[in-house]
Unconditional design. Structure first.
Length: 340
């Protein structure tokens, strides 16, 4: 007979509620829920059926607290970054099979990295995975002295003892974007910069290197930009008014590129007919049918797997390769690039 999915008084069902429904002791219910030896198959099934009927679920966190391990990985991410949300999804997929749970703490316009990390530490996270951290190296070194820390998507030079780094070869991604545009016939290629954002310096350097390698040093044009659609829109307004106008532009990331596309659309500049646009990240935003953005893809599942693997290895005392892990990017060609 179906039972009430709550215990007495509407409270969350407890072991005692399961025991009363199954007609066994609370100790026996505990044995069954822990998967320990000491209960026959028939009794075990009766207990599990009783738990299902009243909606009982074991409190994993309470069990971990009793064992003096939280087995929680704290993840700091940017609330407004599609790339970060894709990474978080990958981190969940990598952490759960390893027996760890994820605690999220967002960085937002009115919530800085310091607050985000403090929240994770207060939740007794055993390790931190920081997505695109912008904190000073000294702060990251301080954290790495307290617990295992993995930085994702940011180059750190010099390396910080105890801090694991997993990132994409951003400079190579920028070179791939320029190579693609040059192969289409473009020569006047502009770059909308990411300022001081993680990865921006490498992408800027990769753009310069590729342009010089193709003999296009005289066409190098770097515009102030940033991480957001508004940054891309501002740069696009400058490009729209420029004479001569470049025939192609590589934006710092997909959000920035989306702002470029919106501004060009509103001002009557056809993409890719008048100007080609390339983003960076291959976030879910770039894959939307109405955006269809050519972009440099970061291997999100690989980055997430390595980040979790390094955090868990540090916690479990396993050996891990020394130095940072650098993952190759790949160009994803869609509908925003064409010959000039």
């Amino acid at each position: 007979m179906p039972g009430n999915p709550a215990g007495p008084g509407g409270k969350r069902p407890t072991l005692a509620d399961v025991a009363a429904r199954a007609g066994v002791s609370t100790a026996l219910v505990s044995i069954v829920m822990r998967g320990a030896k000491g209960a026959g198959s028939a009794t075990r099934e009766r207990v599990l059926q009783a738990a299902r009927e009243i909606g009982y679920r074991p409190d994993a966190r309470a069990r971990l607290l009793r064992s003096h391990r939280s087995q929680l990985l704290g993840v700091q991410f940017g609330l407004q970054h599609p790339f970060h949300s894709d990474l978080v999804e990958g981190i969940y997929a990598a952490a759960e099979p390893a027996g760890y749970q994820i605690v999220l703490s967002a960085v937002a316009a009115r919530r800085g990295e310091q607050r985000a990390v403090e929240t994770l530490l207060a939740d007794r996270c055993e390790a931190l995975i920081l997505l695109g951290p912008q904190a000073p190296a000294a702060r990251l070194a301080e954290l790495a002295g307290q617990l295992p820390v993995v930085s994702v998507a940011r180059r750190l030079r010099p390396s910080i003892p105890g801090l694991e780094v997993v990132r994409t070869a951003d400079d190579e991604g920028a070179r791939q974007a320029v190579d693609h545009l040059v192969a289409l016939g473009h020569r006047d290629i502009a770059h909308i910069d990411g300022g001081r954002a993680p990865g921006a310096a490498d992408r800027r350097r990769g753009y310069r290197t590729a342009m010089n390698r193709h003999g296009l040093g005289g066409h190098i044009r770097i515009l102030a930009g940033g991480l957001t659609e508004e940054d891309g829109a501002a740069a696009a307004r400058t490009l729209s008014a420029a004479r001569p106008r470049p025939t192609a532009v590589m934006a710092f990331n997909d959000r920035c590129a989306t702002g470029v596309l919106d501004t060009f659309l509103r001002s009557g500049v056809a993409v890719p007919g008048d100007i080609s646009v390339v983003g960076f990240d291959d976030s879910h935003l770039a894959r939307l049918a109405h955006i269809d953005l050519t972009t440099v893809g970061q291997d999100i599942p690989r980055l997430a797997h390595l980040a979790v693997g390094r955090a868990v290895a540090r916690l479990e005392g396993d050996e891990i390769p020394a130095g940072e892990q650098v993952i190759a990017p790949r160009l994803v060609i869609r509908g925003t690039t064409a010959p000039p």
